[in-house]
Design a protein around this ligand. Structure first.
Ligand code: NAD
Ligand code: MLT
Length: 316
């Protein structure tokens, strides 16, 4: 059986798959080229940049399994795949620590203007006054989504002495109590109390645009937002306007609504938010650590391999 891998995954995963299957690593495929070749393959493995649309699935006449090397499956049309009897598997346990740590890194960098100060110093300018920051200690942080990553963020932020609250209607009071996180019951409540909001929601019809114009209008002016989940959970246009006008204080963004696929030398990328001085960014690096990528690569290889052999897997 043949497996197509369209984005870079760890070597150990590829080696494991090659013990039993033919594997083609084709990280340079355009969406059109993917449509042309997908019919040859029994399995497809992607990260977040490959869009596995209904059209790709329809053309994948031999597909039995789609593997997502990572957590979010919002780039895969899971409904169409399931209707066609194609199993979708992912690796939600493998990169949550790395993403939680990246969230903390961004929150501290945002609070202390580290990227801006670094850029000024790198260009030969010793500036201290402009880069006065704020402490995290004693500030109220609200975690949207207390799942795998949100919970790991909670324990780390408590260690920094923050007043940690959460909004997640789908988890129990016992879970909130166990994490030592105060439960909030509405987005209105979140917006009124938060000094920091960190987002750890899946991208679904319900969560897209969850923070929009109405919500930002209620925010405290010192609000700083960290998004290491998915682009579009905060409306990007509304966020831009709120940051530009000083309605809120800052944002740290790891994920964008439209992200390019990396190419050798770096893909071209431009975005309105990049113009602003009170926003810091990384190019979807939440899960980009040696440890997470080893875990993810190996885990997705195991899942896809078991699915192709007809064994039981944890399908999405
Ligand atoms: P998870 O499924 O474990 O947790 C998500 C939580 O959100 C759940 O507890 C769920 O109850 C809650 N939730 C769902 N809908 C909600 C709603 N409408 N309101 C409030 N809460 C709601 O997911 P996770 O593994 O923690 O991943 C969180 C996000 O991080 C996902 O979007 C994932 O794709 C993304 N992610 C990003 C990176 C990165 O590189 N930046 C890496 C890994 C995961
Ligand atoms: C994920 O959902 O796991 C993230 O988007 C990280 C990634 O794909 O690298």
């Amino acid at each position: 059986m043949k497996i197509l891998v369209t984005e870079k995954i760890a070597k150990c995963g590829i080696e494991l798959l090659r013990k039993d299957f033919e594997v083609d690593e084709r990280t340079d495929l355009t969406p059109e080229a993917l449509l042309e070749c997908i019919g040859e393959y029994d399995a497809l493995i992607v990260r977040s940049a490959t869009k596995v649309t209904a059209e790709v699935i329809e053309k994948g006449v031999n597909l039995k399994v789609i593997g997502r090397a990572g957590t979010g499956v919002d780039n895969i049309d899971v409904e169409t795949a399931t209707r066609k009897g194609i199993i979708v598997v992912n690796t939600p346990e493998s990169n949550n620590i790395s993403t939680a740590e990246h969230t903390i890194a961004l929150m501290l960098a945002l609070a202390r203007n580290i990227p801006q100060a670094y850029t000024a110093l790198k260009s030969g300018k010793w500036i201290r006054s402009k880069f006065k920051g704020v402490e995290l200690y004693n500030k109220t942080v609200v975690i949207l989504g207390l799942g795998r990553i949100g919970s790991n963020v909670a324990t780390r932020l408590k260690a920094l002495g923050m007043n940690v609250m959460g909004y997640d209607p789908y988890i129990t009071d016992e879970r909130f109590e166990k994490l030592g996180v105060k439960r909030l019951n509405s987005i209105e409540e979140v917006m009124r109390v938060a000094d920091f909001i960190t987002i750890h929601l899946p991208k679904t019809d319900e969560t897209v645009g969850m923070i929009g114009e109405k919500e930002l209008a209620m925010a405290k002016p010192n609000l700083r937002i960290i998004n290491c989940a998915r682009g579009g959970l905060v409306d990007e246009e509304v966020l831009y306007n709120a940051l530009k006008s000083g309605r809120i204080a800052g944002a740290a963004i790891d994920v964008f609504e439209k992200e390019p696929k990396e190419v050798p030398g770096g893909a071209d990328f431009s975005h309105k938010l990049l113009e602003l001085e009170n926003v810091i960014f990384t190019p979807h690096l939440g899960a980009s650590t040696e440890e997470a990528q080893e875990n993810v690569g190996l885990e997705i290889a195991k899942q896809v391999s078991e699915a192709l052999k007809g064994n039981i897997v944890n399908a999405v």
